[in-house]
Design a protein around this ligand. Structure first.
Ligand code: SIN
Length: 486
């Protein structure tokens, strides 16, 4: 059944393996199969075979061996191989976008943006491979202190379904640039992008064992086995805070380094002196990317009382222009990843309305199956589930504020600390918000934060470590200090 549906979409069959990739080989396991469904129509796309316990053992062994060689591969050659991978991704961009769209549901136009975003990490980290540098300090006795950065070793990377391409390149590229090997476990909901990217990495000449791909929907068992192995020196995870905390507990047993990119609950604050047209455009960018299913998605909208009505009217008008009267081809918003995801958000909306919130807009567009039409809810209060949880759906939840000090306190009143968005034309207001908001990333007068040269990451329950930038590269490097007397 399987390949047909993908091939019907004219996807290059060379990108469609059905097994795990270990030590440079696509291995059939004969194990039970994992069926991947498309959230667009809930129909099966492909059956994959799942990795076995003994294959995970050999995967770790081959990763250890490959890393010993890869770390000694000249940085320039690591750079070139990453650039070849990048060129192949660019060549197969349309196929890769189709794959993302089928398995994740986002429209192809949006999937193409993800490919560029993902590719930008490879491009940037490939160049940084030749710029990893040390330092020499001199101590009080005139002794030299040498500082060297060395690859951490074998990395275990667990990637999510919401950006099935870019979240892989954001981990694999810095790991390989630093001289690490990587064992990749993509979400069982979207493993096809991982398969296609791994195929292209292999074609690019990245050595066997440097990238390992494990296909399984037994995430817990796979992780337990890998996390218990002391030869695996780091875990990098993007996903829920609950799983991130479990992984940190497991990592403690063998003292693995951890990078945790976890959930958010981003405030979107519009002050009375904000440029409202700009803020509306930014709200749409920050909320509707991937149908709201992004950890940096704007979650709680705080509008100054004085501009709340005008902002909401402008927002609703813009949503009508964007989402209504679209043909299937010009749809710009995809479905929820699962039926449960949609049901959960609908129950939060229902509860909020029962508690006094008001639905001010539902777009007249697809709302069937796993699609959820963009919705705006006003008069939200802090005890409502819609405000306390990461919505992860195209739903804008609005409340109002009078005083800046109040909105700062409310915005910080959450365990999350990933991203915050603020809109004001006043430098003093902006400075205050930037200083007081307890978040790893703050966007001022714009709706986007994601960029390969910026350190992406959060504080508090939103995680540990950074991805992107030299700070992101340092996550894959150990600092060695040598005290030298000559
Ligand atoms: C995420 O949602 O996990 C990442 C979003 C991004 O990179 O912008």
């Amino acid at each position: 059944m399987v390949k047909n549906r993908l091939i019907q979409n004219h996807i290059d069959s060379g990108l469609l393996h059905t097994h795990s990739f270990i030590n440079g080989q696509w291995l059939d396991t004969g194990m039970d199969t994992l069926t991947v469904y498309s959230p667009i129509d809930q129909q099966p796309l492909i059956n994959l075979s799942q990795v076995s316990e003994s294959q995970i053992t050999s995967a770790i062994e081959s990763s250890v061996k490959a890393q010993q060689k890869w770390k000694k591969t000249p940085a320039n050659s690591r750079r070139e191989k990453l650039k070849k991978w990048l060129a192949l991704i660019e060549k197969h961009k349309d196929d890769l976008a189709q794959i993302i769209s089928l398995e994740n549901g986002k429209p192809v136009s949006e999937a193409l943006v993800e490919i560029d975003y993902g590719a930008s990490y490879i491009d940037w980290f490939a160049d940084q491979a030749i710029r990893i540098k040390g330092d020499i300090l001199v101590n009080q006795n005139n002794q030299q202190i040498w500082l060297n950065k060395q690859a951490v070793g074998v990395v275990y990377a667990i990637t999510p379904w919401n950006f099935p391409n870019a979240m892989i390149t954001r981990k694999v590229a810095p790991a390989l640039a630093a001289g690490c090997s990587i064992i990749l476990k993509p979400s069982e909901l979207t493993p096809l992008s991982a398969i296609a990217l791994t195929t292209l990495a292999d074609k690019a000449g990245i050595d066997p064992g440097v990238i390992t791909l494990l296909i399984s929907n037994h995430a817990e068992q796979v992780s337990q086995q890998i996390m218990a192995d002391k030869r695996v020196r780091k875990v990098s995870f993007t996903g829920s805070t609950r799983v991130g905390k479990l992984l940190c507990q497991q990592a403690a047993k063998t003292m693995k380094r951890t990078s945790m990119e976890l959930g958010g609950n981003a405030p979107f604050i519009v002050c009375d002196d904000a440029d409202l047209d700009l803020a509306v455009d930014a709200a749409i960018a920050a909320k509707f990317r991937n149908a709201g299913q992004a950890c940096v998605a704007a979650n709680r909208f705080y509008l100054s009382q004085t501009i709340a009505t005008t902002f909401t009217e402008k927002l609703v008008q813009k949503l009508k222009d964007l989402f209504e009267n679209k043909t299937e081809q010009s749809l710009i918003i995809g479905p929820m990843i699962t039926e449960q995801a949609k049901t959960k958000v609908l129950s939060w909306i229902e509860a909020a309305i029962a508690q006094g919130a008001k639905k001010v807009y539902t777009a007249k567009c697809r709302n069937d199956g796993q699609y959820l039409a963009p919705t705006v809810i006003n008069n939200i209060s802090s005890e409502m589930a819609l405000f306390q949880n990461e919505i992860f759906a195209p739903v804008i939840a609005i409340t109002h504020f009078d005083k800046l000090s109040d909105v700062i306190a409310q915005a910080n009143n959450t365990d999350a600390g990933l991203a915050a968005y603020c809109f004001s034309q006043n430098l003093e207001t902006i400075t205050l918000l930037n200083n007081e908001l307890e978040y790893g990333m703050v966007a001022i007068n714009q709706g986007s934060l994601s960029n390969a040269i910026a350190p992406f990451g959060g504080i508090k329950d939103s995680g540990l470590g950074r991805e992107g930038s030299d700070y992101g590269l340092d996550e894959y490097l150990d600092l060695k200090y040598t005290n030298l007397v000559i």
